[in-house]
Design a binder for this molecule. Structure first.
Ligand code: NAD
Ligand code: GLY
Length: 364
């Protein structure tokens, strides 16, 4: 087992990464009171709920909420199912919520914990690659609104994150690819050597080689922890973690949440960000080819849905959380391993990228 720390003063917490660690009872010392509510979904519950329950000491009263599975249920209506259970089972302010599932369960549980009785503890037990390398770390929690993704939420850090890499063995291949989009993101924005590692080992990683995966998860969490420690509330460097996300969120919103997986949309969005960076002369077409090759090796889409028009993109991108004073800001590449958040691009260049993306035209 490997351990990392997210350094946030009195809100610091450990991330434990290893095989079969759900079984090891590590959670017990992070449960303050004598009540927990496990939040999971109908897919993950039959796989891992019993193992998690068995790891909790008998002296602690355990309640469970099983949510329907899917991004389309990440909304205020379904968040209420968690509050209903907390109130019906008389959970008080010393309760601990435990998120067992992917990013949807993690974001909803975290937001329930942030707001129940003005804030209670929670623990992340992420079960998808995406949630293990990204959403379980850093304290962004929330739900979607009909008019925008993750628009209702709060920053609320967990007590600890328990990453059991063996659970990835039951993950559908498409979900593994979606998670790999976020792993690749860390190499592109922060660490070229890590991107080289991914390029060298992508087949083994996609084949679920446990040693390679554990290393990739560790380095991804390490980068995320470093960034979050510098900028917890995203007033600066943390925005870089959103490479490809502004384009990606537009795809998700246009297609209806859940049609395109978040990571798939991020994959196509990362290609668009690389394309625009190249059109601005910030990276070379060889760099763009590198981005395309690694995304393609991870079986990720390289283009947005062909039904989407540049006009639809612009409309949906204008509600992004990174829009400041009416000005769209994007995460773009200044090189491989180096990114900026910027509004320093012309609308014409953005339009060229959107045109190229939506008509399968030539990339830069
Ligand atoms: P998800 O939670 O929908 O999980 C994907 C699918 O895999 C679901 O069907 C789930 O039931 C299933 N699943 C989960 N674990 C499994 C396992 N071990 N075996 C078999 N099936 C399993 O999707 P996700 O990709 O994990 O997360 C996407 C969500 O995360 C989005 O809502 C996105 O907005 C959010 N997100 C949040 C942050 C953040 O910082 N908070 C960062 C990135 C993404
Ligand atoms: N996934 C982006 C962030 O946590 O900031």
């Amino acid at each position: 087992m490997q351990t990392l720390n997210v350094d946030l003063g009195d809100r610091s917490y450990p991330i434990f990464i290893g095989q079969e660690i759900i079984k090891q009872g590590l959670l017990a010392s992070y449960i303050a009171g004598n009540q927990v509510l496990i939040v999971t979904n109908e897919t993950v519950a039959p796989l891992y709920l019993q193992t998690l329950q068995d790891s909790i000491p008998a002296s602690i009263k355990v309640d469970v909420v099983i949510l329907p599975d899917g991004e389309k249920y990440k909304d205020l209506d379904h968040l209420n199912l968690i509050f209903d259970q907390l109130l019906q089972k008389r959970h008080n302010r010393t309760t601990t919520l435990i998120a067992l599932g992917g990013g949807v369960v993690g974001d909803m549980t975290g937001f329930a914990a942030a707001s129940y009785q003005r804030g209670v503890n929670f623990i992340q037990v992420p079960t998808t690659l995406l949630s293990q390398v990204d959403s379980s770390v850093g304290g962004k929690t929330g739900v979607n609104h009909r008019l925008g993704k993750n628009m209702i939420g709060a920053f609320h850090q967990p007590q600890c994150v328990l990453i059991d890499t063996t659970v990835l063995n039951t993950l559908p291949e498409k979900e593994l690819s979606a998670g790999m989009a976020e792993v690749i993101k860390y190499g592109l924005i922060y660490d070229e050597a890590f991107l080289c590692y991914l390029e060298d080992h992508i087949d083994g990683l996609m084949g679920l080689d446990s040693g390679l995966l554990e290393q990739a998860i560790y380095r991804s969490c390490e980068i995320k922890a470093e960034v979050v420690a510098q900028d917890e509330k995203e007033s600066g460097i943390r925005a870089l973690l959103n490479l490809g996300h502004t384009f990606g969120h537009a795809i998700e919103a246009n297609q209806g949440y859940g049609e395109w997986l978040h990571g798939e949309a991020v994959g196509a969005g990362t290609m668009m960000a690389a394309d625009l960076s190249c059109r601005l002369g910030w990276i070379s077409s060889m760099d763009v080819a590198r981005v395309r090759d690694i995304l393609s090796a991870a079986n990720l889409p390289l283009f947005p849905p062909q039904s989407m028009t540049p006009g639809q993109f612009k409309e949906l991108m204008s509600v992004d959380k990174k829009v400041l004073d009416g000005q769209l800001r994007l995460i773009l590449l200044k090189g491989i391993g180096s990114a900026v958040v910027t509004s320093d691009f012309s609308i014409e260049k953005l339009h060229e990228t959107l045109e190229a993306g939506t008509s399968l035209g030539d990339c830069c």
